[in-house]
Design a protein around this ligand. Sequence first.
Ligand SMILES: Nc1nc2c(ncn2[C@@H]2O[C@H](COP(=O)(O)OP(=O)(O)OP(=O)(O)O)[C@@H](O)[C@H]2O)c(=O)[nH]1
Ligand SMILES: [Mg+2]
Length: 325
Amino acid sequence: MDIAQLHDKILKQDRRALARAITLVESGRADHRAMAGALLEKLRGSGRQALRIGLSGTPGVGKSTFIESFGMMLTAKGLKVAVLAVDPSSARSGGSILGDKTRMERLSRDPNAFIRPSPSQSHLGGVARRTREAVALCEAAGFDVVLIETVGVGQSETVVAEMSDLFLLLLAPAGGDELQGVKRGIMEIADIILVNKADGDLKHAAMRTCADYAGALRLLRKRPQDPEGYPKAMTVSALQENGLETAWDEMQTLIQWRREHSHWDMRRAAQARFWFEEEVRQGLLARLLQSPAREAMADLALDVENGKATPSGAAQRMLEDYLAS
Ligand SMILES: Nc1nc2c(ncn2[C@@H]2O[C@H](COP(=O)(O)OP(=O)(O)OP(=O)(O)O)[C@@H](O)[C@H]2O)c(=O)[nH]1
Ligand SMILES: [Mg+2]
């Protein structure tokens, strides 16, 4: 299929074309990269914008269950929902793909939902780009909400937050009164904290945990992109489908406010800039590993070791002769 055809079909919301296009952006082949680039460039003008919601949480906290319930609630409102995942380590046993598709059984059968498992790749940079491009494809294909899930390990939250309009942090009720070692940096990027499993025996623990986090959030520096009262902590039960409507209302209130105060556009602009700069950095690093830069680097390193060149002099040569073009 050629790019023009793929483009037209995506705009007509053809799911198979969307799936094929995502396969294209996931491919590492140079000709596929070129086609993907052309396709994304062509789709850029579609003007469609989805609400991009990032969702993070440690293994077992209930992300899949939440996405299933929340997604079903949204599609019942007539919204089209796409689910993508950033899985940096493919750490999940048994493969996230099949596991999640079976856990999101109802949602994966819903004609208004589209679930795309994470590509199995370990390099976070590559995953980030592919996910970002998949988000753009879903937007062009007319999805109203794109959920981007990540397991809360290390850096992937930041990556997801950098491609989301709204970032949700899912937590489990804590046993004692300790905060669950959530890093300050993660707290700082959360827009809404959802303490899940607020049901049955865990309900009280969930409410206590929620109060603890609400307190912790109040201690953080106020961010310009938040109206009074945000970021916010609340309890939900993904399993019993409690609190999801309220959570959605809160998200909409926040997003509405951000739209009215230009923060939506500013954030998207800043994100576009961030990813541009990131791509340049990654591209330069990749070039260092290719011929002739790789060999030149080794040769110059030897000169430096042998005292035939100074570190800065050799670095200068490297940058000017091998990385400039
Ligand atoms: N009681 C209760 N259990 C829940 C709730 N949500 C999820 N669970 C249970 O918690 C377990 C893990 O849920 P998942 O949705 O698979 O969690 P996950 O975050 O997707 O886990 P990974 O994919 O391994 O990262 C399952 O046994 C769920 O049934 C909830 O709201 N209440
Ligand atoms: Mg899961």
